[in-house]
Design a protein around this ligand. Structure first.
Ligand code: PEP
Ligand code: MN
Length: 344
């Protein structure tokens, strides 16, 4: 195998017992010893680096009773070519159709701060025509002394807000210990910028039996290629979990550059590049890139012009009192105006 070859096989195993695995390895000419080409991500999901895998090899592997599915990547990746279902473009969640002419807008507070405030903001988002509601209940905070969300109680308020407005809810899952809880209640699992590099967690999220779709945010010091590799871990997880659809969309949320007059630098070039490299929908987060509310509408429009399919935006009923990211949260009136312009 040549160094740096991008060819690989993905094997989904029916039977991941040690003896079945050894038989499958034998078909590939691999013994019991360690082999750097073989990587077992889960009992039922293996990737194998393999230069130019042939159809004969695929058939041979498939005919083994332990093997359920064989994908020959031939230089492609799951993020560039999802097996079988590429024409299935069903909405990611109810009301979130990234193929629609209208940009998908997910809006709400940075963090859920209380029941009545959450319901008030939810109504504001629904009335302005938002497609989904955001709100953090498990917050990644840079300082351990900052407010980090209301946890399960906050999630209950989000669920109530969904009941009130009919909007699907999007919230971050920060740690594997929260995954079952968040996957039970949220419509979309947000994977934050800081977790983009947690590859084992990405796989676990994709494989979760509830099969909830996820929103993966670009790490603020990650390249586009690294974002796509992170997406690949999630998508391999989806295969392991037996989920038919990719169930993933990406978010460009600004990267760290030398420029410090904005909180992060929204990488506008990432939108057309990602459009070329992946079938996954891509949205923008103008709030965290801007860091201040007066810049948000301009960045939102710029992202759409560059090819974004939607927006994750922080909006609050009384943003000056917000417990988290107050400076960048939109006031109700500005949010409404931005919505009508985005939709115009
Ligand atoms: C957020 O959207 O609430 C958030 C914490 O964003 P990021 O992970 O991009 O910093
Ligand atoms: Mn925030």
């Amino acid at each position: 195998m040549s160094a740096g070859s991008s060819d690989a096989l993905v094997l989904r195993l029916e039977d991941g017992t040690r003896s079945a695995v050894l038989e499958v390895r034998a078909l590939l000419g691999m013994g019991e010893g360690h082999d750097p080409r073989w990587r077992q991500h889960a009992p039922n999901l293996v990737t194998v680096r393999w230069e130019h895998p042939t159809e004969e090899l695929e058939q041979e592997l498939l005919s083994h009773p332990a093997v359920d599915q064989v994908i020959r990547l031939n230089g492609a990746r799951l993020y560039s070519q999802w097996p079988g279902e590429s024409s299935d473009r069903a909405p990611v969640a109810p009301g979130m159709d990234f193929d629609s002419e209208d940009p998908v807008v997910i809006a709400g507070p940075c963090s859920v701060e209380g029941r009545s405030l959450m319901l008030e903001i939810a109504q504001m988002v629904a009335e302005a025509g938002g497609n989904a509601l955001r709100g953090g209940v498990f917050k990644p905070r840079t300082s351990p002394y900052d407010f980090a969300g209301l946890g399960e109680q906050g999630l209950e308020y989000m669920v109530e807000a969904r009941e009130l407005t009919g909007l699907p809810i999007v919230t971050e899952v920060l740690h594997p210990s929260q995954l079952d809880l968040v996957a039970e209640h949220a419509d979309v699992l947000q994977i934050g910028s800081r977790n983009m590099h947690n590859t084992a967690f990405l796989f676990q999220l994709g494989a979760h039996p509830r099969g909830k779709p996820a929103l993966l945010k670009r790490g603020f010091a990650a390249t586009v290629a690294e974002l796509l590799d992170a997406a690949e871990y999630f998508l391999l997880g989806r295969l392991a979990g037996g989920h038919r659809r990719p169930g993933l969309f990406l978010c460009e949320r600004g990267i760290r550059t030398f420029e410090d007059s904005t909180r992060f630098t929204l990488d506008l070039g990432a939108f057309p590049i990602l459009k070329k490299r992946t079938h996954l929908p891509v949205i923008a987060d103008p709030s965290h890139s801007a860091g201040s509310r007066e810049l948000v509408p301009a960045l939102a429009h710029a992202a759409l012009a560059a090819g974004a399919s939607g927006m994750l935006v922080e909006a609050h009923a009384r943003p000056h009192e917000a417990w988290c990211d107050s400076d960048q949260s939109l006031e109700p009136e500005v949010f409404r105006t931005m919505m009508s312009r985005l939709r115009g």
